[in-house]
Write a protein that binds this ligand. Structure first.
Ligand code: HEC
Length: 184
């Protein structure tokens, strides 16, 4: 029994020591600009889905998809999310920033996520750590987060009024306008 416990301890020390050295010797490539590793992506996606499923309250979306709510959702989306997730003003709704992150940013109005509203609400409110996805809990009220979620989910079936407003309001994302030349 003592031999077994010693064996387990030595294995743990070797494992942790190995990971520590790997990181300490600079062997982990921290660049965001590199091909996405398939297995890392699969594992991270599984961890995220399981975590959200366990932690998020499975509540119903309190916001109805009325034109008013969808317009507010569209505006909030363009202002806060389109830079990364794609704007109506970008060809194909794809942001130039889509591939700039590790993991890449899903283009959520081009390919609307099939997840439940509460899942999207939870991810938006609390963000996803170790990715570029920020937490919006301090900058957006819960009802407004629900409005953005409602807009994303309905973005392929907007009424002409909302569609027109979104089209007018949308700005190409990811490219900052050139600063004005200082007056001489
Ligand atoms: C600075 C870039 C950035 C901004 C701004 C941003 N996101 Fe994200 N978002 C990301 C990244 C990167 C991911 C991918 C995370 C991952 O793969 O786990 C992500 C993932 C998500 C997901 C999960 C999609 C899925 O299919 O599981 C949702 C939902 C989401 N974001 C909503 C939003 C909303 C709503 C806003 C605006 C209020 C927003 N994001 C703003 C970078 C951003």
């Amino acid at each position: 029994m003592r031999g077994f416990i010693l064996g387990v301890l030595i294995t743990l020390v070797v494992l942790f020591g190995g990971v520590f050295l790997y990181l300490k010797l600079g062997m982990l490539d921290i660049r965001a600009a590199q091909p996405i590793s398939g297995i890392e992506h699969e594992m991270a996606e599984m961890a995220m889905d399981s975590s959200v499923d366990k932690q998020a309250p499975h509540t119903e979306n309190p916001i109805k998809p009325t034109d008013d709510n969808l317009m507010t959702g569209a505006m909030l989306y363009e202002k806060n999310c389109s830079l990364c997730h794609g704007s109506v003003a970008d060809p194909n709704h794809t942001s130039p920033m889509a591939q700039a992150f590790y993991p890449h940013v899903p283009q959520i109005v081009k390919r609307i996520p099939g997840d439940e509203d509460w899942h999207l609400f939870f991810v938006t409110k609390y963000g996803v750590r170790d990715t570029g996805m920020p937490a919006w809990e301090k900058t957006m009220k819960d009802d407004d987060i629900w409005r953005v979620v409602t807009f994303v989910k309905h973005s392929d079936k907007l009424s002409p009024t909302v569609q027109e407003m979104w089209q007018t309001y949308g700005t190409p994302s990811g490219v900052a306008p050139a600063p004005a030349k200082p007056a001489k």
